[in-house]
Design a protein around this ligand. Sequence first.
Ligand SMILES: Cc1cc2nc3c(=O)[nH]c(=O)nc-3n(C[C@H](O)[C@H](O)[C@H](O)COP(=O)(O)OP(=O)(O)OC[C@H]3O[C@@H](n4cnc5c(N)ncnc54)[C@H](O)[C@@H]3O)c2cc1C
Length: 412
Amino acid sequence: MRRTEVVVIGGGQAGLAMSRCLRDAGVDHVVLERGRVAERWRRGSWDSLRLLTPNWQSRLPGFRYEGPEPHGYMSAPEVVGYLDRYARSFSAPVEEGATVLAVEPATAGYRVTTDRGAWAAPSVVIATGHCDTPFVPGMAGRLAEDVVQVVPSHYRNPRQLPPGGVLVVGASATGVQLADEIRASGRPVTLAVGRHTRLPRVYRGRDILWWLDAMGIFDESAEEVFDLAISRSQPSLQLVGRPDRATLDLPVLQERGVRLVGRVVDAEGSRVSCADDLVAHTVAADARLARLVQRIDVFAARTGLDAELGPPEPFRPFLWPAPAPAEIDLRAEGVRTVVWATGFRRLYPWLNVPVLDARGEIRHEGGVTPSPGLYVIGLYFLRRRKSSFIDGVGRDAMDLTAHLAAHLRRAA
Ligand SMILES: Cc1cc2nc3c(=O)[nH]c(=O)nc-3n(C[C@H](O)[C@H](O)[C@H](O)COP(=O)(O)OP(=O)(O)OC[C@H]3O[C@@H](n4cnc5c(N)ncnc54)[C@H](O)[C@@H]3O)c2cc1C
């Protein structure tokens, strides 16, 4: 059995940021990755996927984007290259091709068993990702067998789908991008819309994420928000990162011929039932966007940006979603495919330490679990609103390294 002070599980941005901070603190460690560095971006992305965060917003501890297009958006292969260069920049001790099969308590820490041998360490950091396994609601199992069902991590491009119409369920970043791309390939597309966060790509000439960064919204911490559980359940951003910096939202999709319907609430055979909540969700998203735009305008006035940027842009609410059916008969309408863009779950079948709650999520406070020496990083709003973003995981890694180093000193 090999020994080290910390075993980090996962070689994505979170595991690498943690590794860099541990190295800076002089802590001996290993990063175990079942595939290769940035495996998720190598295998879990559709062909046209680009980051929705601009390139400059990819800051990691000791590393930043220095390419020619700071305001562009990396493609998935470019993210792989970026994270590969990051790992090489500090010779991260990554063991690629090592799948963790079990983590269990052991004398003075943990035993980590992989398919390539075991490790003993007083501390373990779980960095296996917030977007681990696609979530597909149970009703999917009641759909007729001839309906092809796809999750985003298996979708590559419209050519892979059988001919005919497509129902995309879920209208956050992934759902709107896939609906748009499949519609552009000439197919009839229906998009089922639940809670979503509508955003323009650019506001008053600046990327919307520039505004959120400058205003400190991404930096908001767990202590600062009114209700952490509510903040953690916020729908993800409805955004796309394309070279033309165009906005992709529901009005745009409707104009392009995508039919919008309410949330899918049931499915049986070839029939899908939708809630009568499309207008409620679009109105709520508009209200949140109006509030945000107002905050931006106040910020611009207070910081003297007004003179540079010109007047506020008029707010255009999405007033006219077309009437939406309550039921779709997939067979009658020629809809052959359902794409479940319904978010992600996290699974830890290898974690034999009693830290999971009833839903199977790791119990933690800012990444510190109740089991001494066991940490988790990379989860949505772990410590800050930006915790699960490339640009945000570094601050959490620094905080957790300080906590972990103190634990190691006590345990020594
Ligand atoms: C479609 C999509 C688009 C996104 N776009 C952006 C964006 O534009 N900007 C942004 O900042 N963020 C974006 N994110 C969010 C976030 O940056 C990614 O989810 C990112 O992959 C998270 O990095 P991570 O290191 O936390 O986890 P992951 O990248 O998921 O890395 C976890 C690693 O753990 C490994 N692993 C898992 N289980 C084991 C095991 N048992 N043993 C060994 N290794 C294991 C996996 O192979 C994987 O490499 C996006 C997410 C998705 C899903």
